[in-house]
Design a protein around this ligand. Structure first.
Ligand SMILES: *[C@@H]1O[C@H](CO)[C@@H](O)[C@H](O)[C@H]1NC(C)=O
Length: 347
């Protein structure tokens, strides 16, 4: 079972106006431990790719800080998976299975229609257009991972996937950085979405704001947010810019807020996770943009990262002796697919 409401978090605390400095609440000191973990949604057959990611994460960061891992799967983990992953770290490891509410069709989805739409999206060449499990994954990452009981004891997470590279030594505690600077959402790659996957997402978000004025009226003022990151026409349309969610270092309370849960439920009811192919990345980015001030985002320039064909590699000379990535492969200013300039220009 997962939780369907939380009351402890208001996204606009502690200070609404201060965009440059941030003051830690007086009951926290900068050295206090942070309740944080890696969260990894993974299948047994991805074990080798995961071990590759873990070895690099351990080498560049975690051997110095020892944060625990939470592994989640829609199936039971095999003994081999558990043995190999727990041997790859000195940190605590936890293994959880998803239930049918987190990974399955809600009763209001017409599965015949969903199957027809998958077929036509596959025929038009939309990435993962024909995949059923990809849709369950995107819905889980949008609305459920932060409510899995194994995550209840944590406040921040770092999402990790199989077959990624971490290529720079990081010698400070990134979770303390997030907490001590009032950061809620950290990323390394800003990407542009294939719009064929989300034809009705933006209008659904706009309808949500119309139907939930008590949420809409409580959001930060647009000029204090990253609004210009996600729209080029003052909100008429979504430009497809989003932070790539295969890497995220973020606050769990952001998603546990009642405002976000209302938005997720509204999106879920509309059916777009199944009738279209809404990704968790545009969903997270649109929601975080609406709910957070721009100074609550953080670009982890110093974390070299590769997923599939795309790499963030810090180009500044001082990183050459701590990174193994090639700065010529850096994706930040790719003219067609990167949205990093949009992020910079939103400030
Ligand atoms: C479900 O979708 C199919 C295919 O579009 C349609 O024929 C059927 O009437 C729908 N069922 C319901 C209960 O709406």
């Amino acid at each position: 079972m997962f939780r369907d409401s939380y009351t402890s978090f208001s996204p606009n605390t502690p200070s609404k106006s201060n965009t440059t400095g941030y003051t830690l609440p007086s009951n926290i000191s900068p050295d206090d431990p942070v309740r944080a973990c890696y969260v990894v949604l993974v299948r047994n057959q991805e074990l080798n790719g995961l071990l590759s990611s873990m070895r690099q994460l351990e080498d560049t960061f975690n051997r110095k800080f020892n944060y625990p891992y939470v592994f989640l799967n829609d199936d039971e983990f095999t003994p081999e998976f558990i043995e190999m992953t727990s041997a790859a770290t000195k940190s605590e490891v936890k293994y959880g299975k998803l239930d049918s509410q987190m990974w399955g069709y809600p009763s209001f989805i017409n599965q015949t229609l969903a199957a027809e739409n998958r077929e036509s999206m596959a025929a038009t060449g939309i990435p993962y257009g024909g995949s059923e499990s990809y849709r369950h994954m995107c819905r889980f990452q949008s609305g459920y991972f932060f409510r899995h009981p194994l995550l209840d004891e944590y406040d921040y997470y770092w999402r990790v996937e199989p077959d990624v590279d971490f290529s720079c030594q990081v010698d400070y505690d990134v979770f303390k950085y997030m907490r001590n600077h009032g950061k809620k959402y950290g990323f390394t790659i800003a990407f542009r979405e294939f719009m064929g996957t989300i034809p009705s997402l933006w209008d659904t978000v706009r309808n949500f704001k119309r139907d939930y004025p008590e949420v809409a009226d409580n959001l930060p003022a647009k000029e204090d947010t990253l609004f210009k990151f996600i729209t080029d026409d003052n909100g008429d349309t979504y430009n497809g810019c989003h932070f790539w969610t295969n890497f995220e270092i973020a606050s769990l309370d952001l998603w546990r807020s009642n405002d976000y849960l209302k938005l997720f439920n509204y999106l879920d009811r509309s059916g777009g996770f199944f009738y279209e192919r809404w990704g968790d990345a545009p969903v997270h980015s649109i929601a975080a943009t609406l709910m957070l001030r721009k100074d609550e985002f953080h670009f982890f320039n110093d974390i070299g990262y590769r997923h599939s064909a795309y790499t963030h590699c810090p180009v500044e000379p001082e990183f050459r002796d701590r990174c193994s990535c090639n700065p010529d492969t850096n994706f930040d200013y790719d003219p067609n697919l990167s949205c990093y300039s949009h992020f910079e220009n939103a400030f």
